[in-house]
Write a protein that binds this ligand. Structure first.
Ligand SMILES: [Zn+2]
Length: 434
């Protein structure tokens, strides 16, 4: 009854039209962080087509706010919800797995910069284009396709398989936090004990995640003194101060990137620590010294540094710089959105070894390991549960950029690896037992 790797690859080839169609519709269901519902609704129907029992887990930040991994919300609850679907064999004999992926996508930037409209998916030369195609709707589709292909063979996993689609990954992670809180506290029908391992198919080109940096968002609000430019020297310019503040922060970034200061997991990374000025707001008039300036920054740090310590170091730098520039400048620092400790992952756990072996059976090669210079929701599983977790997903291009796309060939390999994993880890039973 157990399918061979060759049969698995063939079964996944047969579901390629399903994968393209499902991913296209999923991408077209626009789901910016804070307004993910169109994608949640689409996915709910796609999961129902696979006969999965799906429940909604409502986001309730009030219930989450005292948890250590809680991120100060950047968007209101607004009736938003995660989905948690489960395949439960009638007589489970195998081990279980949870696939977790985020529904939300980042802003597109000007649509005019895209070759094709970002929410009108198109396949060209083996790549499917659209915002969210790679990050990370394709990965979710790979997991569903693996399950579908197994069913199409008249089989089913012999253990529980969960599909958890979450909101708010890109701006804080309270979506996955909400799932784990619900699983632990009997708020959901499902329980944490239903699952023995988690795979998050983020678009990391078929590598297995071995660690990730910590990340937080920091908003720096500077207030100066406005004046007519004719008497500019009587004013204090907070935008120009913001440029100086950012330059000072970049010195810390350079310091942390120096080879001797690196965490061992990141010793070979090109530029592990990235302080990004992602947004800037301020000013009223070209001929007026502005009143205010707000810098929206993203700061990262190594797994062995506590977030509070990183916040202390960068905020001291901001305050010292502002003080040095002009005593009549004022500054307020706000932490909102991302708040994530860094961590490493145990890839020697049996489930992770099984995944690595599944990848080898499908591709003929050991998977490479990746220490990620961004954060992922894997941290919640690593820091809040005993479950082994990693990220493993397809190859994508230009995520968070223009003309984002995902490789269909890579999706095939990832879906086949996931199917192989289900076969090896969960075992299989005839589908008729359902
Ligand atoms: Zn992602």
């Amino acid at each position: 009854m157990t399918p061979s790797s060759a049969e698995i690859i063939q079964a996944i080839e047969a579901v390629e039209p399903y994968m393209i169609r499902t991913l296209s519709d999923f991408v077209a269901a626009e789901s910016p962080s804070g307004a993910e519902e169109p994608a949640a609704r689409f996915l709910e129907s796609a999961l129902a087509e696979l006969d999965l029992d799906t429940e909604r887990i409502m986001l309730n930040n009030d219930q989450l706010k005292d948890l250590p991994l809680f991120a100060c919300p950047y968007a209101p609850d607004n009736g938003r919800y995660n989905l948690l679907a489960r395949h439960m064999p009638p007589n489970p004999t195998g081990r279980s797995v949870l696939f977790n992926g985020h529904l939300d996508v980042v802003p597109t930037g000007p649509a005019s910069m895209w070759t094709h409209p970002p929410f009108s998916p198109i396949v060209l030369d083996g790549w499917l284009y659209g915002r969210g195609s790679g990050d990370m709707k394709a990965g979710i589709v790979c997991a569903m396709a693996a399950y579908k292909a197994l069913r199409d063979m008249g089989l089913q996993p012999a253990g529980t398989v969960g599909f958890n689609a979450v909101l708010n990954e890109e701006d804080g992670g309270n979506g996955t936090l909400s799932t784990l809180h619900a699983l632990k506290n009997a708020i959901a029908k499902a329980r944490l004990t239903d699952f023995e391992a988690t795979i998050i198919p983020e678009p990391f080109a078929e590598t297995m995640l071995s660690g990730q940096v910590g990340v937080f968002w920091m908003f720096i609000e500077l207030t100066g003194r406005p004046a007519h430019v004719a008497y500019m020297n009587t004013g204090v310019n907070p935008i120009e101060a913001g440029i100086a503040v950012m330059a000072a922060l970049k010195e810390i970034e350079a310091e942390w990137n120096r080879p001797e200061n690196r965490h061992p997991l990141f010793k070979d990374a090109a530029h592990p620590i990235n302080f990004n000025l992602g947004r800037i707001e301020g000013g009223e008039w070209n001929s007026s010294v502005p009143c205010t300036c707000t810098l929206g920054t993203r700061i990262s740090f190594y797994p062995d540094m506590a977030p509070a310590e990183a916040q202390r170091i960068v905020s001291e730098c901001v305050h010292a710089t502002v003080k040095r520039l002009n005593s009549s400048l004022s500054v307020n620092i706000r932490y909102e959105g991302q708040f994530a400790p860094g961590c490493d992952f145990d890839l020697d756990a049996p489930a992770m070894r099984t995944l690595a072996l599944a990848h080898k059976k499908i591709t003929g090669k050991e998977p490479e390991q990746l220490a990620c210079t961004a954060t992922t929701d894997a941290r919640h599983f690593r820091l809040m549960t005993d479950m082994p977790v990693t990220c493993y997903g397809p190859e994508a291009r230009n995520i968070h950029g223009i003309d984002e796309s995902v490789s269909l060939a890579s999706m095939q390999r990832v879906a086949a690896t996931m199917m192989q994993f289900m076969v090896d880890w969960c075992g299989v039973a005839p589908a008729s037992q359902r």
